[in-house]
Design a protein around this ligand. Structure first.
Ligand code: ZN
Length: 65
């Protein structure tokens, strides 16, 4: 299962839409899925991406299986 993150109210819309790295905000052509993010107080899930700058919780476990 993809890790579910909970974000605060202030989050870049570009990150929410998977156009920028969720962790550092950079934009590259090598983005990897980083799970989904749920905004605090909502149930909407947003698929986000990572450039690989930060280890993604749960990702290694999925690959190991
Ligand atoms: Zn990054």
């Amino acid at each position: 299962m993809a890790p579910e993150l909970v974000a605060g109210q202030q989050v870049s819309i570009a990150r929410l839409h998977g156009r920028a790295c969720w962790y550092c905000g950079t934009v590259t052509t090598k983005m990897k899925p980083a799970g989904t993010v749920t905004l605090a107080g909502t149930t909407q899930e947003w698929p986000v991406v990572s450039c690989g700058c930060s280890p993604i919780p749960g990702q290694r476990q999925e690959e190991a299986r």
